[in-house]
Design a protein around this ligand. Structure first.
Ligand SMILES: [Zn+2]
Length: 234
């Protein structure tokens, strides 16, 4: 039994270095045993990398099971109502949001936005089938979904340009919410009365604007920006 001269840890007979402090083991009377197996592996173990395709396959199978299971269950349970359409729609939506990015990296932003808008539109469509709401689907839901998609696309493009700045990111996000809600009320008003009479969305928009303006000023004036950075550690 030998011990490290530096840190005193107990050494295996095969040790040429202390495993703790890496001090060389020098003992002329007892040279290290090079024949016996080492007490710990000499090669670092590596976990094989996970294949994204396998993960995508597993999630797809899981989502498909849920969708098919609910569809079959719907045939026996309250068959008059299409309640399973909500679940099926949700699984389709999740597939587009989670699995597609795993399978195909680097889909252009425009194509990705189009796919996401189509997936949301399909989900709401399935809801409208159950609720017998073709009219509100076409007259109200589709315009709002398209508007949301357009704002989302614009938001993504702007965030791509300004992603390094926290202040700019917050400014763009707040501004987008204001603009989006203004559009939502426009489409609701148009659907209900045929006239645009902005009220609640204008309040939200004004609040957003009152938040955005100081943020823009902060970003424009270097001295103020540095002061804010120092205070918030951004
Ligand atoms: Zn040691």
């Amino acid at each position: 039994m030998s011990y490290c001269v530096h840190c005193g840890v107990e050494l295996d007979a095969t040790a040429t270095f202390c495993p703790l402090c890496h001090t060389k083991v020098v003992d002329p009377g007892h040279p290290p045993d090079t024949q016996s197996p080492k007490p710990f592996p000499t090669q670092p173990g590596e976990v094989p990398p996970i294949h994204k395709g396998a993960v995508a396959g597993a999630i797809t199978a899981m989502l498909a099971c849920v969708a098919v299971g609910c569809g079959v269950l719907n045939l026996f349970l309250k068959p008059g109502r299409g309640w399973s359409l909500y679940v099926i729609g949700a699984t389709i939506l999740l597939w587009f949001w989670i699995v597609l990015p795993l399978l195909a990296r680097g889909i252009p932003l425009l194509a990705r936005s189009f796919i996401n808008v189509a997936a949301v539109a399909l989900y709401v469509y399935l809801m409208s089938v159950d609720l017998d709401g073709w009219n509100w689907y076409i007259g109200l839901a589709v315009p709002i979904i398209l508007w949301g998609g357009a704002v989302w696309l614009l938001l993504s493009l702007m965030l791509r340009v300004y992603r390094r700045s926290v202040i700019s990111t917050v400014t763009i996000l707040i501004g987008s919410v204001g603009v989006f809600l203004l559009g939502v009320e426009f489409f609701i008003d148009r659907w209900l009365t045929g006239q645009w009479d902005p009220s609640w969305s204008l309040v939200v928009f004004t609040i957003c604007l009152c938040t955005v303006i100081p943020l823009v000023i902060i970003r424009r004036i270097p001295a103020v920006r540095e002061e804010v950075r120092r205070r918030f550690h951004t």
